[in-house]
Design a protein around this ligand. Structure first.
Ligand code: SAH
Length: 348
């Protein structure tokens, strides 16, 4: 179990800590608001706290705040990609995407990833460690402060497998939707998973109406295994059953992510097989032209093949969109910025 820093504590836990310091209950509330609503990063900014309490807190409960290393602004759209440094010098990446409906931030849930998906840059060096709830929150907090933009949507779709860091993820989600914090609506949050059935079921029991996205990427087990090692552990039907269970419990429309890789999962037969498999589910398919990474020789499907794939799904009355490639000019695909930063560091 990770040691939890002050920004990872909920109000009750914070109240307990302050009580132990002989402080009244309202102090905890004040600190919680400074951290999670006013988004300050040091105790000196908490001007309504007595100075001696600030000094004690500095000693006992150092505040975790991410440090901006770099930001890349897309010339094609308004996407901004941030590279942040953590206390132990690890770096992580997060992305701000501006849509008509509001600002969306894509955050990382781990430093690196151990799931091993073949087309993904985040997993090449394996997993370094899990992120703390505060480190997930602070990606959003810092982006809101740095960009001066209010964040209305959050997707946990950056580096890492959120369900491989389940307890911290849940803590993070509760703090993010806390009425005294940023107070985001659970409906505006999406968690994306490679598909771990028991965690999907546990998540269904949490009773938070969060959108769940499943990285499907194949119409059957055989192809899925070629792209995603996790498919060797869990049969597709088992994953889909857990996914359906999530729908039954929450009523949230399901999202499938399907990255099209030329010659591997983008044939007409694959589209038909996929349609047969998910027909009748209240779902949405996001087709993503695979973003080629230099470490692998996967190629993006030609746009005609992508359109054919889409048409077959639509003929089967399945909701489908082709995801716009936001920020493609700034290494915005999963883990590419962090990877290129690390590669450069190791050269120097
Ligand atoms: N581990 C989680 C969330 C992180 S990955 C998951 O698997 O869902 C977020 C999404 O981006 C996943 O659907 C993943 O498969 C996809 N992805 C990763 N690298 C990609 C690439 N190079 N091109 C297209 N999609 C990619």
């Amino acid at each position: 179990m990770n040691h939890l820093d002050i920004k990872s504590l909920n109000l009750e836990e914070l109240t307990e800590k302050l009580k132990a310091l002989g402080q009244p209950t309202f102090r905890a509330k004040q600190i919680f608001e400074w951290l999670h609503s006013k988004l300050v990063t040091n105790y000196d900014a908490m001007t309504n706290l007595p100075i001696n309490l600030r000094e004690t807190l500095k000693e006992k409960y150092p505040i975790i705040a991410l440090e901006e290393v770099n930001s890349l602004h897309s010339a094609k759209d308004e996407t901004i990609k941030y590279l942040f440094r953590l206390k132990d010098n690890q770096v992580i990446e997060s992305v701000l995407m501006k849509y008509q409906y509001g600002n969306s931030v894509c955050i990382s849930s781990q430093v690196g990833c151990q799931m091993g998906c073949k087309f993904c840059a985040s997993t090449i060096g394996g997993k370094e460690r899990d992120l703390l709830p505060s480190e997930m929150l602070d990606q959003i907090y810092r982006i809101q402060v740095l960009s001066g933009q209010r964040v209305s949507n959050v997707v946990i779709m950056g580096t890492g497998e959120p369900f491989d860091n389940y307890d911290n993820l849940m803590r993070f989600l509760k703090l993010l939707t806390d009425s005294m914090g940023l107070n985001l609506s659970a409906r505006n949050i999406t968690v994306s998973t490679c598909g771990i059935p028991d965690r999907i079921r546990a998540f269904a029991e949490e009773e938070m109406p969060i959108t769940l996205a499943l990285s499907l990427h194949a119409p059957n087990n055989e192809i899925r295994k070629q792209l995603m090692p996790v498919a060797k552990k869990y049969e597709l039907d088992e994953v889909l059953d857990a996914f359906k269970y999530y729908y039954d419990k929450t009523g949230r429309r399901l999202t499938f992510e399907y990255s099209l890789v030329e010659g591997i999962n983008d044939e007409k037969e694959h589209a038909k097989e996929l349609a047969g498999r998910i027909k009748g589910l209240n779902c949405h398919v996001n087709l993503i032209p695979v973003n080629p990474i230099k470490e692998r020789n996967f190629r993006q499907s030609a746009s005609e093949r992508i359109l054919n794939f889409k048409n077959i799904l639509e003929k089967n009355r399945i909701n489908v969109t082709i995801r716009r490639e936001m920020g493609a000019d700034i290494n915005a695909a999963c883990g590419q910025l962090r990877k290129s930063y690390m590669d450069n560091q190791s050269k120097t």
